[in-house]
Write a protein that binds this ligand. Structure first.
Ligand code: PLP
Length: 337
């Protein structure tokens, strides 16, 4: 038994998901002739109450396309210092869109209305880059799966409207937030101009993200996806996995959250654990007194795998392929260490 808590991206398609993939009706999606991709896009657009959705190979490409749609070279976007768009998309913000990031020192990857307000450059002050976009992340990745308070998201929307800023949500793990906070996709669809969601994280599909938005801005999306090299052909096989995941793997995210809570409770009792960050969803971040590498190696010998995050932090991520049996074994091993 190998326990892999490195990320919720390590899951493999279930037999039922594979079966749906094998049965998929496909066509050339670059010509928009793949019925399964079209069904997935329509399904997700409807879920969010937005006009359009477009299937992307990765979440990074969906975010990068959105940033390109909202900005012109030389402009600036506002994001938390932990943002995936800034830290983990290979510098794509500057490479693809020629924009800079105004980074906010937020709390667990989340930013506040006042911080956004203070970060907007006055549009007539031509010495500074023109602020044109605010990017939020929910749940936060580097922030430890934290969920925004929805009221804050609403208040930031008002600031975006008042200052003519685009509003993009990196919702790679939005599904986890919806389940944890009992919110709906439509709540989010009403507020954001564009939203990216991943099918390949907690939902367990082998690949794919979807960018959702309203008609006007989404007109640009398909061209930008092509420019980025993301036009795919008979990709309905993968869209079928995404559809299956949407239909079957959202509600069960609460099991991942429950397991994460249980791991947190055990960690808190261990003498060498110095801090466990609050656990909102499926990500557990903690620090230990002692050598992290040694701890990682020791656990690896027991077939338990996870990552260090630097600065003394360690991380576990629960997911679809982390079963109850693995969970019980893992908790016993943790307690025994
Ligand atoms: C995983 C992730 C993405 C997308 O990553 P890809 O590996 O490109 O699919 C985007 N944002 C956040 C917050 C993520 O965790």
């Amino acid at each position: 038994m190998i326990i892999d808590l490195r990320s919720d991206t390590v899951t493999k398609p279930t037999p039922e998901m594979l079966n749906e993939m094998m049965k998929a009706e496909v066509g050339d999606d670059v010509y928009k002739e793949d019925p399964t991709v079209n069904a997935l896009e329509e399904r997700i657009a409807t879920m969010f109450g937005m006009d359009n959705a477009l299937f992307f190979p990765t979440g990074s490409m969906a975010n990068q396309a959105a940033i390109k749609m909202h900005t012109q070279p030389g402009e600036q976007l506002i994001a938390d210092k932990y943002a995936h768009v800034y830290n983990y998309e290979g510098g794509g913000v500057s490479f693809n869109s020629g924009v800079s990031c105004k980074l906010i020192d937020g709390h667990r990857g989340m930013i506040t209305t006042n911080q956004v307000l203070e970060s907007i450059n006055p549009p007539d002050f031509y010495h500074s880059p023109l602020t044109s976009l605010v990017c939020l992340e929910n749940t936060t990745n580097k922030g430890g799966g934290a969920c925004y308070n929805f009221e804050e998201i609403k208040k930031i929307k008002k600031i975006c409207d008042d200052h003519n800023l685009g509003y993009h949500l990196d919702g790679a793990r939005l599904w986890n937030a919806l389940v944890a906070k009992n919110e709906t996709p439509k709540d989010y669809g009403q507020l954001f101009d564009t939203i990216s969601v991943c099918l390949s994280k907690g939902l367990g599909a082998p690949m794919g993200s979807v960018l959702i938005g309203n008609e006007e801005i989404m007109q640009k999306a398909i061209r930008i996806r092509k420019v980025l090299g993301g036009g795919m052909r008979q990709i309905g096989y993968m869209a079928a996995a995404g559809l299956y995941a949407i239909n079957n793997h959202i509600d069960r995210l609460q099991e991942d959250h429950k397991k994460a809570q249980e791991i947190g409770k055990v960690l808190e009792k261990l003498s060498f654990v110095t801090n466990v960050e609050p656990i909102d969803t499926n990500i557990i971040i903690f620090t230990i007194d002692g050598n992290e590498e040694e701890f990682i190696t020791k656990m690896a010998k027991k077939n338990i795998h996870f990552y260090g995050m630097g600065q003394g932090k360690l991380r576990f991520v629960t997911h679809l392929d982390y079963t109850q049996k693995m969970h019980e074994y893992f908790l016993e091993e943790l307690k025994a260490i």
